[in-house]
Design a protein around this ligand. Structure first.
Ligand SMILES: NC(=O)c1ccc[n+]([C@@H]2O[C@H](COP(=O)([O-])OP(=O)(O)OC[C@H]3O[C@@H](n4cnc5c(N)ncnc54)[C@H](OP(=O)(O)O)[C@@H]3O)[C@@H](O)[C@H]2O)c1
Length: 383
């Protein structure tokens, strides 16, 4: 395992961190699974194997696996493991109603995690609304107070919104870390590369989440992308390219990835045994750029999900439908995408309901031909 300094905090952290949002699930006798029912034995073995292999960064949150992720992590870190690793968890902003909720929720985490302190306490999934809400309730003073009490060591936040909101939050406090979505496709999405560099330039360590885009950049990668990866001089799996591309960048402190089973975990650990800053050649970096362009060439509707077209008077979920169409086209996961579209139709939000009033087209900043694109989407996605 490779290690890097965690900013200026005086300790080192493993380049690979284990995210506990996608732990293995218990298979019921009828073959079904529920995200709330973790296969505890398997998950605990994975967490301990990661720690025994040198991983010292573990991430969980209030709601992962219906609240069970933090409990399983707490159990896994018994028997001396807790003292060897750093634990990150998150304040669920959407549950907070008053400032009294801040410490109550933190205390619930401490109990579930079976610990007296959390190393990294993040404001979960900050965006314009959640940041404004917590800020007004006095979250920054609360974080200082919790550090003083020793309940948390390093305040941070995780982020899902636009770059300008990210910069505003970064500049608002003496953050000890932040967590952003970043992978070889999401270079200009949310905080993106500019946000990564903005934080790093201010000495704030960046933990990267969704490095494999939740698994889409590994596993069932479409043939047209595999063919491009196959042109490399050195053969590497798609996940190895995705991980090495992140590890290559000095601004990325931890690559936080979930693993659904032990085999994936071991594969990732093997990659991070050697993945390092400046580990790719210029030709390899260009190859990754070309793979990104290849994926992007499959985008069918250039919708940015700004939601200006909503609410639609016919209840059509316009941005969600275009996202499904683009996803199917890019990742060729049509059965999954069609099943999700079928649910959207059932809920009364399908593209077939469009009445062609054109109000959406009049307000679309991208000037998209939404009415025709909805027809195409319905023809492609409906069974
Ligand atoms: N704060 C937030 O707002 C937020 C949001 C999202 C995530 N997170 C945190 O960030 C962590 C990382 O995000 P993520 O779980 O989405 O990471 P990710 O690395 O993008 O996706 C993990 C998934 O990729 C696949 N995978 C992982 N390693 C693999 C390997 N070696 N070979 C093949 N497939 C592999 C598995 O999916 P399949 O088995 O399905 O193929 C696995 O469940 C989460 O676990 C969570 O702790 C935080």
């Amino acid at each position: 395992m490779k290690y890097v300094p965690f900013g200026r905090l005086g300790f080192e952290v493993s380049r690979y961190g284990l995210g506990c949002m996608r732990l293995p699930l218990r298979v019921q006798p009828d073959g079904s699974t529920s995200t709330e029912a973790i296969d505890e034995e398997h998950a605990i073995a994975m967490i301990r194997h990661a720690a025994d292999s040198g991983v010292n960064y573990f991430d969980t949150a209030h709601g992962y696996h219906g609240g069970n992720s933090k409990k399983v992590l707490g159990k896994a870190l018994r028997d001396g493991y807790r003292e060897r690793v750093l634990v990150a968890s998150k304040l669920p902003a959407w549950i907070v109603e008053t400032a009294d909720d801040f410490e109550r929720l933190l205390d619930e985490h401490l109990a579930a995690l079976e610990t007296d302190h959390i190393d990294f306490w993040l404001l979960h999934s900050m965006n314009r609304q959640s940041w404004d809400k917590l800020h007004k309730l006095g979250i920054l003073e609360h974080l200082d107070a919790m550090v003083a009490k020793g309940k948390i060591r390093f305040p941070g936040f995780s982020f899902h919104d636009d770059l300008d909101v990210f910069k505003e939050i970064i500049d608002a406090y003496d953050w000890k870390m932040c967590q952003i979505q970043y992978n070889l496709l999401d270079v200009d999405h949310q905080a993106g590369r500019e946000g990564l560099r903005y934080a790093a330039a201010r000495g704030i360590p960046v933990v990267v989440m969704e490095p494999l885009k939740g698994g889409r950049l590994a596993g069932n990668v479409p043939q047209y992308v595999l063919d491009r990866w196959a042109t490399a001089e050195t053969w590497r799996s798609p996940q190895e390219w995705a991980f090495r591309w992140l590890a290559d960048q000095p601004e990325v402190t931890v690559v936080l990835s979930g693993a659904s089973n032990m085999e994936q975990l071991k594969d990732s650990l093997e990659i991070f045994a050697t993945a390092a800053v400046d580990g790719l050649s210029d030709a390899e970096r260009r190859l990754v750029d070309s793979v990104r362009q290849l994926y992007e060439s499959r985008i069918r509707v250039d919708c940015t999900a700004c939601d200006y077209c909503l609410p639609c008077q016919a209840n059509v979920s316009i941005p969600r439908i275009f996202a499904l169409l683009n996803e199917g086209s890019m990742y060729e996961n049509w059965p999954e995408v069609k099943a999700r579209y079928a649910r959207l139709v059932e809920e009364g939000n399908g593209a077939g309901q469009c009445i062609a009033c054109g109000k959406c087209e009049a307000v679309c900043p991208q000037s998209l031909g939404i009415i025709n694109a909805l027809k195409t989407a319905h023809a492609t996605l409906a069974p």
